[in-house]
Design a protein around this ligand. Structure first.
Ligand SMILES: Nc1ncnc2c1ncn2[C@@H]1O[C@H](COP(=O)(O)OP(=O)(O)OP(=O)(O)O)[C@@H](O)[C@H]1O
Ligand SMILES: [Zn+2]
Length: 463
């Protein structure tokens, strides 16, 4: 059996990975808060942990890996977007508007992450479906003296857990000194964090022993991982931005509710996608969405290869140059593997991935396979990384760059918004469809992709 080594954020060492149960290797990754389109940074953990998922499936068997990634669908940012819609005159109750918003966002998330060749996790639990389990866990923490109720809130008593701060390498006193901890009258200690908070009538809420309210964010992952993976499981992942306080708090909650268990054995954190040295984030406003890139004609597979070019533990930038190189590589490889039956993945590619997901090393091995003319090996090995899959190939096999057609269509639409004459847009769209091109037009942009019956010759004269 292949030996996998992973850098464990808990011990800060690269360790041989030994699953608790090789018949059921269990992974939990913190998923998105569903109030808006995913930005490119949000896609990095998806690609990183999808690559891990694929490697584990290869080594232990596809039926022997359980991968859970949640949707956080209870959050004040979601409430705010729904409230804003209501105030703008949207019909329906707040609950209905929230449900509409989260459904829509989950649909977008699936479309965008599917386009990157990410497999759907085994389970994608929604937090709102696990509120009962969260309440039970909070009650357990109260009973064990690790939490206390005050004024409709329930707080975790940080000083009751001696190991608090170990995962992120901080001491409680340092945290308070440099802290952005919220002081509130209902807290015994400023470090204590919220497990449950009250909801007024204008907000979604659930009945609980502490009155009508809603869960804090951290308890969601503790309760959902417990329900779906058990009190001890193998790997917990997420972005490094979540290490503190989110993951630290998850550890505190889960270990105090189940002191007999270990919670996550291995912690893996992906580093950030950056823009000019800063984390791409919604709050900084320095972001673009995955959909923006797809709409500009950048294939999802190109985005995936760019991500895999940098080790997950290092920060990285998105650049047009990297995208151009990845696209050229994939065009070359796709031409080589067209119609070829994959053989088995190369040992060198598997070994690179098994070495703490050395994806850059694995890509170098793919180049070596291509240079050696081993198309069958290239196809199988790239497949292990979610590349050169048949269902993602249309863009490259087309052999033509469709981005200018997307740009032209977008320009015609912009002009039509002014003139109110949509005939030129319709004509262009019809011509593209006749050439077998799939056209998707939305507020976010225009996307054109070669469809099954694509015929490049029919594009003649359209630009
Ligand atoms: N710039 C980034 N690079 C890599 N991963 C990121 C980046 N920003 C967020 N993530 C990860 O994306 C996942 C989803 O996070 P979440 O939905 O909480 O983010 P968000 O609220 O959209 O992000 P933010 O507000 O930080 O822009 C998490 O695993 C998080 O660590
Ligand atoms: Zn989490």
């Amino acid at each position: 059996m292949v030996t996998i080594r992973l850098h464990n954020g808990k011990t800060r060492m690269k360790e041989v990975f030994v699953p608790i149960d090789p018949m059921n290797v269990r992974v939990y990754v913190c998923g998105p808060t569903v109030y808006d389109r995913a930005h490119l940074g949000n896609a990095r953990p998806v690609v990183v942990f999808d690559t891990l998922f694929r490697l584990l499936r290869h080594v232990y068997g596809a039926g022997h890996v359980t991968y859970v990634r949640n949707f956080t669908d209870v959050d004040d940012k979601i409430n705010a977007t729904a409230l804003a819609r209501k105030e703008a005159g949207a019909a329906g109750t707040l609950e209905a508007l929230i449900a509409e918003r989260t459904e829509e966002t989950i649909r977008w998330y699936h479309e965008d992450m599917d386009a990157l060749g990410a497999l759907r996790p085994t389970h994608e639990p929604r937090a709102t479906a696990y509120v009962g389990q969260m309440i039970a866990m909070i009650a357990e923490l109260v009973a064990r003296g690790h939490a206390y109720a005050r004024d409709g809130h329930v707080l975790f008593r940080v000083r009751s857990f001696a190991e608090y701060g170990r995962l992120s390498g901080r001491s409680v006193d340092d945290m308070i000194a440099g802290a952005r901890v919220e002081v509130a009258p209902f807290k015994e200690d400023p470090m204590d964090f919220v497990l449950w908070k009250p909801s007024d009538d204008s907000l979604p809420g659930w009945q609980s022993p502490w009155g009508r309210g809603r869960p804090g964010w951290h308890i969601e992952c503790s309760a959902m991982s417990l329900a779906l993976l058990g009190a001890s499981f193998d790997i917990h992942g997420g972005g490094i931005d979540l290490q503190f306080p989110h993951h630290e708090n998850e550890v505190a909650q889960s270990c105090c509710a189940h002191p007999e268990a270990e919670f996550a054995r291995v912690w893996m954190h992906n580093e950030m996608l950056q823009v000019e040295g800063k984390k791409m984030s919604k709050s900084l406003g320095n972001f673009f969405t995955v959909r923006d890139l797809l709409g500009q004609g950048v294939p999802g597979e190109v985005i995936r290869l760019v991500f895999l070019g940098t080790h997950y533990g290092r920060p990285m930038d998105w650049t047009a140059e990297k995208a151009g190189q990845a696209e050229a590589t994939l065009r070359k490889w796709r031409a080589m593997v067209a119609g070829v039956q994959p053989s088995a993945p190369s040992g060198a590619v598997v070994a690179a991935l098994a070495d703490d997901l050395n994806t850059a090393g694995a890509i170098a091995e793919l180049h070596a396979l291509a240079a050696a003319g081993d198309a069958a090996g290239l196809k199988a090995s790239a497949g292990l990384m979610g590349l050169l899959q048949d269902d993602m190939g249309g863009w490259a096999e087309a052999g033509v760059d469709l981005a200018p057609y997307a740009a032209r269509l977008a320009a015609l639409r912009a002009a039509a918004m002014e003139t109110k004459d949509f005939a030129p847009v319709d004509a262009m769209k019809a011509a593209l469809l006749a050439a077998g091109v799939e056209v998707r037009m939305s507020k976010a942009g225009v996307e054109v992709l070669p469809g099954p019956g694509f015929d490049a010759a029919k594009l003649e004269g359209l630009l």
